[in-house]
Design a protein around this ligand. Structure first.
Ligand code: GDP
Length: 193
């Protein structure tokens, strides 16, 4: 299937660094190591794309990718184990500033399907609800569970997350990626409230 070539636009240290060209913004939130970079590669079909954002220093910035139809905005992973408290606070304030200032069209809250949402994931969802930003919960690493475990985890997650879409994916096997792409494109064309 042909798809527009996605590009890494730049890293920004605050929300004002995002090019204001009117393209929809799809923002990615999640803890470090949950697979946000792998998800960017899977969504764009470009394996090495998000490597640019893994260069030292850029993991703590807002990394912006242009997929053609929309900007993918990769926010710093929260809960970075090695970050000192003041650094963790700085990530948090960057995320809050972005939430307050950027015209987010749609958000992806990426969680690890094996562990369910952390306290921080739940707080992130509350922040999005509070700002009326529509979002989907992306339960990644489904390949780490067998079919019956997946069914069980999905059931648990669906009882916890009742008000938004939930999609199980694996960036490794690409399970669920096309479903997620369909969800994203359906949200791009929906007029925002
Ligand atoms: P980020 O810190 O959120 O950007 O996470 P990365 O994309 O760098 O992924 C963190 C680790 O999880 C890497 O070792 C990835 O290979 C691995 N990973 C990401 N997605 C998946 C997945 O769907 N399945 C499995 N088994 N591993 C994954």
């Amino acid at each position: 299937m042909s798809q527009a070539q996605a590009t890494f636009v730049k890293s920004a240290s605050d929300a004002s660094g995002i090019p204001p060209n009117g393209k929809p913004q799809v923002a990615l939130f999640g803890r470090s190591n949950v697979g946000k970079s792998s998800l960017i590669n899977a969504l764009t079909g470009q394996k090495g794309l998000s490597r640019a954002s893994k260069t030292p220093g850029r993991t703590r910035l807002i990394n912006i990718f242009d997929t053609g139809a929309y900007f993918l905005i990769d926010l710093p992973g929260y809960g970075f184990a090695k970050a000192a408290k003041h650094e963790a606070d700085a990530f948090q304030s960057l995320i809050i500033e972005y939430l307050d200032e950027a015209p987010i069209t749609f958000a992806l809250v990426v969680i690890d399907m094996r562990h369910g949402p952390s306290e921080q994931d739940l707080a992130m969802m509350e922040s999005l609800r509070g700002r009326e930003v529509p979002f989907v919960v992306v339960a990644n690493k489904s390949d780490k569970l067998n079919r019956s475990e997946q069914t069980l985890e999905l059931k648990k997650l669906r009882s916890q997350i009742t008000d938004v879409d939930l999609v199980a994916v694996s960036t490794e096997t690409k399970d669920g990626i096309s479903e997620l792409k369909t969800i994203i494109s359906s949200r791009l064309h929906k007029p925002t409230a």
